[in-house]
Design a protein around this ligand. Sequence first.
Ligand SMILES: Cc1cc2nc3c(=O)[nH]c(=O)nc-3n(C[C@H](O)[C@H](O)[C@H](O)COP(=O)(O)OP(=O)(O)OC[C@H]3O[C@@H](n4cnc5c(N)ncnc54)[C@H](O)[C@@H]3O)c2cc1C
Length: 277
Amino acid sequence: MSKLLFIAFYESDLSAAPGFAKALGIDYDTFLAPSVPSDVFAKELAKIATGYSYIASPSSMKSKDALPYLAGLLDTPMVTDVISVVSPTTFKRPIYAGSMIATVETIGNPVVITFRPNGFEKGLPVSASTVTLEFTEASNVKVVSESNRGTGRPDLGSAKIVVSGGRPLKEAATFESVIGGFADSLGAAVGATRAAVDSGIAPNELQVGQTGKVVVPDLYIAAGISGSTQHMAGIKDSKVIVAINTDANAPIFEMADLGLVGDLYTVLPELQTELKS
Ligand SMILES: Cc1cc2nc3c(=O)[nH]c(=O)nc-3n(C[C@H](O)[C@H](O)[C@H](O)COP(=O)(O)OP(=O)(O)OC[C@H]3O[C@@H](n4cnc5c(N)ncnc54)[C@H](O)[C@@H]3O)c2cc1C
């Protein structure tokens, strides 16, 4: 029988396992990854990989860093950003910033996979047990510093609601109070455009898009975001996109399900007041 080793880099990854395991129709073991350098992690995992047909994790910065190491060590195929399972060896994944979907076939075993979180419906729980590892290998990676902003907000990659802001937020404090404040009233995660990140308005890890995170929430609220192809590549599979923009001709309105032509500095506080009442 095919077997999946599901790697959870974050607690929130665990909720993505049942749907993905169901898509492949197999049982799985779960491994909750501690924060160790990716090379050490891959070396230890390679030791227990025998017997698994698939080693998979939701797409995230951590899985994109660690799993290619593992595929290299095992000399086995890897497919990233899987959005659907066609057959046990055939998968669909977006290419060219999501403008085309490639169908890829793997030859070799096991297959290392990252898949888009929220891309798979949650299925019935399948049987899973937890695997534990000892980390004894030396690392070639030197951790220079580590920081955790500890915002207490939902994880951007798996949040049900995301509120994002763009360049017009002008400075970090405004971004935090206007976008962060509104997100908190909805229990949402916070995202940003690259323009906002590059201008120091928002932290790097909040960037959504082609070169940032791909999000698939039920509701994506874009405030002061023009709708560049690079930003849309990261949000286009959101169930409902709401855009707030002063320019009625902004490209984001072409993809938005709901559009509000207006000033975010007026609209968001008004919506926030409505939510409180
Ligand atoms: C290789 C490459 C990769 C990239 N990757 C990414 C990526 O991953 N993610 C990403 O986001 N971008 C990415 N970009 C950048 C992208 O091309 C755009 O420059 C960026 O998305 C624009 O960000 P923005 O919408 O915040 O700013 P702008 O394009 O300046 O848009 C601001 C919008 O806000 C509106 N506005 C102004 N004031 C208000 C107000 N008071 N209220 C409401 N609306 C207002 C304006 O009408 C405008 O539409 C990439 C670019 C390149 C070349």
